[in-house]
Design a protein around this ligand. Structure first.
Ligand code: FES
Length: 62
C-alpha cells in the first residue's frame, strides 16, 4: 500500500527509511521523496513514524 501517492512510495519504503534513521517528516522526504508533493500524506507518515519508533519514555533516576 502506498504511503505517498504523489511519489508512489510504499509504507515499507517509509518504514525502512525510519528504521534507517529518518526521524521526521522532512527526513523521510529526503530519504524517499514521500511527503514532498501535495503534503496530504503527512498524517500517514506521522503514523508510520509513531509505529516504527514508538513512544519515547524518559526514565528519571535519583
Ligand atoms: S500524497 Fe504524499 S506528497 Fe502528495
Amino acid at each position: 500500500m502506498y504511503a505517498c501517492i504523489c511519489h508512489a512510495v510504499s509504507e515499507t519504503d517509509v518504514e525502512l527509511a525510519v528504521a534507517g534513521g529518518a526521524d521526521s517528516i522532512e527526513a523521510i522526504g529526503e530519504a524517499t521523496c514521500a511527503g514532498t508533493g501535495c503534503g496530504s500524506c503527512h498524517v500517514v507518515l506521522e503514523g508510520l513514524l509513531d509505529r516504527v519508533c514508538g513512544p519515547v519514555f524518559v526514565l528519571e533516576t535519583g
